[in-house]
Design a binder for this molecule. Structure first.
Ligand SMILES: Nc1ncnc2c1ncn2[C@@H]1O[C@H](COP(=O)(O)OP(=O)(O)OP(=O)(O)O)[C@@H](O)[C@H]1O
Ligand SMILES: [Mg+2]
Length: 252
């Protein structure tokens, strides 16, 4: 059975893209067949692995506006075997203008994902906002993972996400959707981060991942070289963190 997981938090800069990419790369290196789908007009996943997202022939935008496009046309290989991706770019900001009046505008992504075969994991990166894109993402998956940065305002963003998910479950009859992990990210050794982590852990209990993604500058460096952390620095703390998280996700 394929697992369809969205990494989502409407707050910006909480580590969604870094997590989607490196977790996907880890799972692919364990032999799983993984597809990354970028649903953020910033196109950061492609950019993080050195793909020129503006000049790619097809992006997620083409997939969402036309269900006549064969899925394999939009799926690109990456440097890691078993890791494929659908890129995004600025065109995606115009999605509402293009499909805003379609009856099925909320399920465009689901229709695409439902046509895919042969993947063990489909991981979706999300934009830092709520709207038609986010509704499409939530209706296209069964699992949601929320990366929460260990900063003061993070708790606020997390509460907002929980109510958005509740709303989608109720208004769109999507009973199967569940939050499978809350993942603490960008942790640093300071009093605010410690306090936020404690609150998240006591509130979410087992739903909170055991792995805490701490700040490792190698992660940012890897992206600047267009590489994942497993490619750039396989022995780094960053790589170990993502491997630990990957193990947790695989055994869920
Ligand atoms: N564990 C980490 N250690 C160091 N830097 C990190 C770590 N995780 C993420 N970063 C860096 O923090 C920044 C924000 O991360 P990222 O882009 O993954 O967040 P995001 O939630 O996808 O942002 P957006 O909401 O804009 O899409 C990036 O520059 C990334 O390289
Ligand atoms: Mg991002």
């Amino acid at each position: 059975m394929v697992r369809r997981i969205a990494f989502i938090n409407e707050k910006g800069g909480t580590g969604k893209t870094t997590l989607t990419l490196n977790l996907g790369d880890y799972l692919a290196r364990q032999g799983k067949k993984v597809l990354l789908v970028d649903m953020d007009p910033q196109g950061h996943i492609g950019k993080s692995i050195g793909i020129d997202v503006q000049s790619a022939r097809y992006s997620i935008f083409d997939v969402l506006i036309s269900n006549r496009l064969p899925p394999e046309e939009a799926i690109l290989p990456t440097k890691t075997d078993n890791l494929k991706m659908v890129i995004s770019n600025k065109l995606l900001s115009d999605l509402t203008i293009n499909i805003g009046r379609d009856q099925d505008r909320h399920t465009k992504l689901k229709q695409f994902i439902d046509r895919l075969t042969g993947f063990d994991y489909i991981l979706i990166d999300s934009p830092p906002s709520l709207g038609l894109l986010t509704v499409n993402i939530l209706l296209g998956v069964e699992e949601v993972m929320i990366p929460v940065s260990m900063t003061y305002l993070a708790l606020d963003g997390c509460a907002e996400m929980l109510s958005s998910i509740k709303l989608v479950r109720k208004n769109f009859d999507h009973e199967n959707i569940r939050i499978s992990k809350i993942i603490p990210t960008l942790y640093r050794d300071n009093p605010v981060a410690k306090a936020v982590l404690q609150r998240i852990q006591s509130h979410f209990g087992d739903k909170c991942s055991k792995t805490i993604l701490t700040f490792d500058e190698k992660i940012d460096q890897a992206q600047s070289f267009g590489q994942t952390i497993f490619e750039f620095a396989p022995d780094s703390e960053g790589a170990k963190m993502f491997a630990n998280l990957g193990k947790e996700v695989m055994t869920l």
